[in-house]
Design a protein around this ligand. Sequence first.
Ligand SMILES: [Zn+2]
Length: 281
Amino acid sequence: MSKYIVCLTFDFDVMSGHIARGRITPTPISRGEFGIIGAQRIVSLLKKYDITSTWFIPGFTIETYPQICKEVVKHGHEIAHHGWTHVPPGSMNRDQEESEIIRANEAIMNLCGQSAQGYRSPAWDLSPNTLELLIKHNFYYESSMMGHDYLPYRVRQNDVINLQKAMQFGNKTSLIEMPISWSQDDHPHFEMRNDLNRSGHRNANSVLENWIDDFIYMTQITNWGIITYTCHPYVIGRGHRMLMLERLITKLKELGASFMRMDAAANIYDNLEPLQTQTKY
Ligand SMILES: [Zn+2]
């Protein structure tokens, strides 16, 4: 196995993100529906290259489209937690957030017979309660934070934040952070958002060049690392972007990448750097 690990992750939101933002007219619904077409193309591409990946699937998608979700499971991909409604935790109170965690866990258990090891918050927006709830519900890793680009780390809890004072960092927990970045997410590069006055629609090859360079830089400055790319089937599933995804896979393979599911990558980090003590930073 290579020292350089790539986690391809797919946030399988279909129309849930649009509904959570109140966009429920036929066009945004159909825009999300295209995710089913994209998902089929992605599953087939990953099969061609014998790659397993991680799919963060809201309970909404699992219960709306059980068949395609079963296909994803059948091909050996990991199913991880992405809320039930795709409402960001930051806009829910603790009870609402916990009931979403439980409800989506039940949907995942029904789908694949296992509970989710990993969690990614909708819109990458954790609430003040999320980390404590993830630990309470026995999650192994979390993937919504940006504190590193190539190395997982242990999630801290109970930081004291006061604008007029230096940060007081809380204790490390056993929860593993598998960090992400908006720059390695297809959505902001490609997807039009009228509400944000964002046109998206970047040239896929320019994004590809950035994504490859992010991998190359990892090989230059680290002895070992993990890089995570995040794609949405309804975004990456369009023709020119699917060609970009295939070029990304072939180029990273050429550069010596090992592709794996995020639970497996988190496990490698856990074995390399076991949590010794609850030390403060
Ligand atoms: Zn999402």
